[in-house]
Design a protein around this ligand. Structure first.
Ligand code: ZN
Length: 143
């Protein structure tokens, strides 16, 4: 992962891929059954084939379900918003850059940012934000 000055731990940093302003995640796609998995894994969890590729997601997906977490780990500074996001054939759980839950099917884009703080600095991870424009028609494309 390419990153700027990050003081603290990065959650899921091994799965984050950044190219300029574009953030994607590494996933596994099975050559046998087309199954897609996040986080990436060496064996397909559907058919147990080890004939899998590590590929990158699209930069955008859509919110499947979202909620405001009011009581949670102090390091995440509740209240905070979590969403399941459908992207490139996988459903990921991500923090959301928002104070309110996202409506289902809201177009979102992947980013990297602070999701909390710990004794050893800011906690950084992938997260999603509502997509800035309507190009989200390609969301979840890149299969
Ligand atoms: Zn498979």
């Amino acid at each position: 992962m390419t990153q700027n000055a990050v003081a603290g731990p990065v959650i899921g940093g091994e799965w984050i891929h950044q190219d300029g302003d574009h953030t994607t995640l590494k996933i596994t796609r099975c050559r046998e059954c087309e199954g897609a998995w996040f986080p990436p894994r060496p064996v397909c969890s559907t058919c147990m084939s080890s004939d899998v590729d590590e590929v990158l997601t699209a930069t955008r997906g859509t919110a499947y379900a979202s909620t405001v977490v009011r009581i949670g780990p102090a390091a995440f500074r509740p209240p905070y918003v979590l969403s399941y996001v459908d992207i490139s054939g996988v459903r990921i759980l991500a923090h959301v850059e928002s104070d309110t839950a996202l409506d289902p099917d809201t177009p979102v884009e992947l980013r990297v940012g602070s999701v909390g703080s710990a004794e050893n600095g800011e906690l950084t991870s992938y997260l999603v934000a509502e997509a800035a424009d309507d190009i989200a028609a390609v969301a979840g494309g890149a299969r």
